[in-house]
Design a protein around this ligand. Structure first.
Ligand code: GLP
Length: 263
């Protein structure tokens, strides 16, 4: 696993956006096939999306040959609801770049048959050639996508009941009212994320420090689904200083040292 430690959330965003842009260019240099990008929602990736839009406007990247798959979506929330992950993605990224509408995939949390929707999503990922790079955030309890503690490490896209902590944390997007937060979501599984050829998880702020500590120093466990990254051949955790607050000094120094000559 690589652990990249940047000073603040802005530098995390710049590092992540650079990495995505380079990956898109690298694939385009050798193949006509679209670049397949997995994407998260949440506050953490917002700065990365702003940076990607800025770089697109500067002509440094195009999304015309990029296919996206989002990690998750609430169940039962209308697509046009301002807090749906559909709204989030169009408002913060897709509407501002040259991505083709038909290249965007977001789970439909209002599908009549949710199980069929999830199975079709997995099939669509395979049909697209698999995900080249899955970017993700991390919950305070170490979840990736909506794979809450005790999710199977071999889980696939499915319907999940959200736990009380996640509902409480996410209530900030619903006027602080937990009653308004959907209680279920469709989410890619831990194995869906780990099938990607590269996985890059972003974490910033002190609230993520415990999850980062468990992800980097903790034992592989379904209690902290972020630990799945430890088994990925190309897993990267990009953190700011505050998110590293709980790491051992030796761990912190190790990664600072080993990454100092890497791009
Ligand atoms: C939700 C999302 C996750 C996200 C997490 C953290 O639970 N399903 O994908 O990583 O929130 O969000 P934030 O970046 O806002 O802290």
């Amino acid at each position: 696993m690589r652990l990249i430690i940047e000073n603040d959330p802005q530098q995390v965003a710049r590092w992540a956006a650079d990495y995505i842009i380079q990956a898109i260019h690298r694939k385009a240099a050798t193949s006509e096939a679209p670049f397949v990008l997995g994407l998260p929602t949440g506050s953490t990736p917002l700065a990365t999306y702003r940076e990607l839009v800025r770089r697109y406007q500067l002509g440094e990247v195009s999304f015309a040959n990029v296919i996206t798959f989002n990690m998750d979506e609430y169940v039962g929330l209308p697509e046009e609801h301002p807090e749906s992950y559909h709204s989030f993605m169009w408002n913060n990224l897709f509407s501002h770049v040259d991505i083709k509408r038909e290249h965007v995939h977001i789970l439909n949390g209002n599908a009549v048959d949710l199980e069929a929707e999830c199975a079709a999503y997995e099939e669509a990922i395979v049909a697209a050639g698999g995900i080249d790079l899955f970017m993700g955030g991390i919950g305070e309890d170490g979840h990736i996508a909506f794979n809450e503690p005790f999710s199977s490490m071999s889980s696939r896209t499915r319907c999940k009941t959200l736990n009380a902590d996640t509902i409480r944390v996410n209530s900030r997007f619903f006027e602080g009212d937990i009653r308004q937060v959907p209680k279920m979501a469709l989410t890619v599984g831990v194995a869906t994320v780990c099938d990607a050829r590269e996985v890059m998880i972003l974490a910033s702020g002190p609230k993520k420090a415990r999850a980062v500590q468990m992800g980097v120093e903790g034992a592989y466990s379904h209690v902290w689904t972020i630990t799945a990254l430890q088994t990925h051949p190309k897993g990267i955790l990009v953190c700011d200083e505050a998110a590293c607050d709980e790491l051992k000094v030796s761990t912190y120094r190790y990664f600072k040292d080993i990454e100092k000559n890497n791009l």
